[in-house]
Ligand binder design. Structure first.
Ligand code: MG
Length: 396
């Protein structure tokens, strides 16, 4: 079997609101590039990648993989992982690996999870991912800690989730800490709580927030300060597990992170860690060094989310609920619409490969939506309410 074509389309789907983070705003829609690998036997594998419009980058890789066998992933990885020297195509390779695993599953008539060890759970628990929102469905913006707690209660009721995470680094750090305290009061002692300022706080601020929140027993404190050094410094002063999807987010930095004592829990990510098989490699290292594993969200649509669910279902030690921006999306590009939450979890899709099928009408509709609204990654996630503002790491 040979790959004979690679097709890529960029699509954007509206969200129910705008989501703020410490470098700006997801401006009311999310965007992904959808990949299709076509084989000489007519089987099509689906992949997905974020980080802006990736059509041009994937087109550059096409000559490297046309003619390859989709079962020969090590060969394909060697061909595409490095552009030159240290410049990694991990994100793009992951999309290609997902598509190849989809092809393999369709050939073998087995779900993707069976190709990477097999499921140990039939559904993957997810969190309520909380952001400070502009233009909420009910009107207005999130401005107070009480708004965050109310939204957490609403999502716990709607989705059945048993954990939350606040994307922090947006408001005053003590207001954000207060939001977590209010969530504990509203949701009870067993509800999982997390906060993630994406490394923007100074070590001193992160320690102040972490110590304040020790009393309420968070599941973890994610990327409290900048870099391996920052997280290690916070970890040495706060009695709360430190998690990361930033330091390390590649194999090169995993050894230093362990040696420096910078991390307790690593968030898996199919794109950072070189595809589903790379995530399994990461989990073996985490197991070896006694680190926990959780799951990061890259603001994915149904194709990648299906791959994430398949992968997470095969990781016995993944005891934390996974992240997802998914509940903010108003639609999806897969047949049947959005994957459903049931009792706070998303079931491993059935059927061969990923178990999801592209809805061509929706692909066409959301391609047009993207063309009308553009690549906000090219605009640096600029906040339209304060266009001249830029983030300062360690400035708070
Ligand atoms: Mg994070």
């Amino acid at each position: 079997m040979k790959i004979i074509d690679l097709k890529a389309r960029t699509v954007a789907i509206p969200m129910s609101c705008q989501l703020r983070h410490n470098t700006g705003v997801h401006p009311g829609y999310l965007m992904r590039t959808v990949l299709e690998l076509v084989t000489d036997e007519g089987i099509v594998g689906l992949g997905e990648v974020g980080g802006g419009d990736q059509r041009g980058a994937l087109a550059k890789l096409k000559p490297r993989i046309v003619g390859c066998d989709p079962f020969h992933l090590e060969d394909i990885k060697l061909r595409v992982l490095r552009s030159i020297y240290y410049l990694s195509n991990a994100r793009l390779y992951a999309a290609i690996e997902i598509a190849c695993l989809d092809i393999q599953g369709k050939v073998l008539n087995r779900p993707m999870s069976d190709l990477i060890g097999g499921s140990v759970r039939s559904a993957v628990p997810m969190i309520a991912y909380l952001f400070w929102r502009y233009d909420r469905p009910e009107g207005g913006d999130d401005e107070h800690p009480e708004d965050i707690a109310a939204h957490a209660v609403q999502l716990a009721e709607e989705l059945g989730v048993r954990a939350m995470k606040l994307k922090a680094g947006v408001m005053d750090p003590m207001l954000e800490a207060r939001a977590i305290e209010l969530c504990r009061e509203a949701l009870g002692p067993d509800f999982g709580l997390r906060i993630d300022p994406n490394g923007v706080w100074s070590v001193a601020t992160a320690v102040r927030v972490g110590r304040r929140l020790e009393a309420i027993g968070m599941e973890y404190f994610e990327d409290p300060a900048w870099g391996l050094e920052g997280n290690a410094a916070v970890r040495s002063q706060v009695r709360c597990p430190i998690a990361t999807n930033m330091y390390p987010n590649r194999f090169d930095d995993l050894g230093p992170a362990v040696r420096m004592g910078a991390v307790d829990i690593v968030l898996t990510d199919l794109h950072y860690w070189e595809g589903p098989r790379g995530v399994k490699d990461l989990c073996a290292v985490c197991r070896t060094f006694g680190l926990g594993v959780a799951m990061h969200s890259g603001a994915e649509f149904g194709i990648e989310l299906a791959a994430m669910i398949h992968t997470a279902s095969t990781i016995p030690e993944m005891s934390f609920s996974g992240d997802a921006h998914y509940h903010y999306l108003t639609d999806d590009i897969i047949v049947g619409g959005k994957l459903a939450y049931q009792d706070g979890a998303i079931a491993v899709p059935a059927g061969p490969g990923l178990g999801v099928v592209l809805d061509e009408d929706k692909m066409a509709f959301y391609e047009r939506y993207y063309e009308q609204h553009g690549d906000y990654y090219a605009r640096f996630h600029q906040d339209p309410r304060r266009p001249e503002w830029v983030p300062v790491v360690g400035g708070v």
